[in-house]
Design a binder for this molecule. Structure first.
Ligand code: CU
Length: 66
């Protein structure tokens, strides 16, 4: 499992959008968002570059934290 910090999530709608965006990336599955921590964890069936994740997240209006 990998974990990424995401800024800007406020509610279940946000976490739903983030889950969908991450799961649309080839190789990523099993996305779980923890709103309190502002984190998403996911399983990778291949090495997914952080840039791809950053892109998918920023496209929907959130930001991957450094
Ligand atoms: Cu929201």
């Amino acid at each position: 499992m990998a974990t990424v910090k995401i800024n800007g999530m406020r509610c279940a709608h946000c976490s739903g959008s983030v889950t969908k965006a991450l799961e649309s990336i080839d190789g990523i599955s099993n996305v779980k968002v923890d709103l309190d921590k502002g984190e998403a964890t996911y399983a990778e069936s291949r090495a997914v570059p952080l840039a791809s994740i950053r892109d998918a997240i920023s496209k929907i209006g959130f930001e991957v934290a450094e």
